[in-house]
Design a protein around this ligand. Structure first.
Ligand SMILES: Nc1nc2c(c(=O)[nH]1)N[C@H]1C(S)=C(S)[C@@H](COP(=O)(O)O)O[C@H]1N2
Ligand SMILES: [Mo]
Length: 229
């Protein structure tokens, strides 16, 4: 009896998902759950709340997972990132040395993938907040999100500004004192223990400061947009 009711509820639930008006290509009811998560987690997350860090002896080079936007060879000598403002205007470009000129930070954190695995790993690079400071004066004060894309545009993420400005959100170029490998995201990737792996884009090609959420590769494919930890 209970099973039968549950099964019926399941069918009804599925029908209502199918019939729902898709916005951002996610059925409405699912999106509502995601938005509730976002409200809860963004309230819990504070600048002074730091994710756990681990001794480096417990860490290992991250297993490679996800090759969207990084299958082609990359010429590390000519790579640069393009920085865009909210209306798509180009604000600047940077070679890796510009990022390396920012204060160096290191963290040994747990990387969590929504596929159900996690691994303690080490990242070294610049805080995104220090990078943002290079542009803050030239940006309107209503920037709410950052949109990052691979050079070929195949993989892209958007992340809320509170996460991007958190001290444990890095533009990472090294791990364990060595350059990040190509398949782990050379020459520059996002690293943060505040989000699942899906947000930690490898091989950043462009960064846009936005007034709205912006596109998100896995968000558009039904995963929780906020992807908070
Ligand atoms: N460009 C790009 N970045 C990406 C992905 C991807 O497919 N392409 N996958 C994401 C996912 S799901 C995870 S778990 C992490 C894995 O990083 P790793 O390969 O260094 O372990 O990268 C993230 N960043
Ligand atoms: Mo992942």
């Amino acid at each position: 009896m209970t099973g039968g009711v549950a099964a019926l509820a399941g069918v009804a639930g599925w029908r209502s998902l199918q019939g729902a008006d898709p916005d951002f290509r996610i059925p409405g009811p699912l999106r509502a759950v995601h938005e509730t998560n976002e409200a809860i987690w963004s309230t819990l997350m504070r600048d002074d709340h730091l994710a756990t860090e681990y001794p480096i002896s417990e860490a290992s080079v991250l297993r490679v997972n996800g090759l969207h936007g990084i299958r082609d060879d990359i010429d590390l000598d000519t790579w640069e990132i393009t920085v865009l403002g909210p209306d798509g205007e180009q604000l600047g470009t940077h070679a890796l040395d510009d990022i390396k000129a920012l204060p160096w930070h290191e963290m040994t954190i747990e990387h969590k993938c929504i596929e159900g695995w996690s691994q303690v790993t080490n990242w070294q690079g610049a805080r995104f907040s220090d990078f943002f400071a290079l542009y803050q004066d030239r940006l309107p004060d209503d920037i709410t999100h950052v949109f990052l894309q691979t050079p070929d545009g195949e993989y892209y993420v958007s992340v809320d500004m509170a996460t991007m400005r958190h001290p444990q959100t890095l533009l990472a170029y090294d791990n364990f004192g060595e350059a990040i490998s190509d398949r782990n995201g050379a020459p520059l990737r996002l690293a943060t223990p505040l989000k699942y792996g899906i947000k930690q884009i490898k091989r950043i090609g462009s960064i846009q400061f936005r007034r709205d959420q912006g596109a998100d590769y896995w968000g558009e494919r039904g995963y929780d947009w906020y992807a908070g930890l």
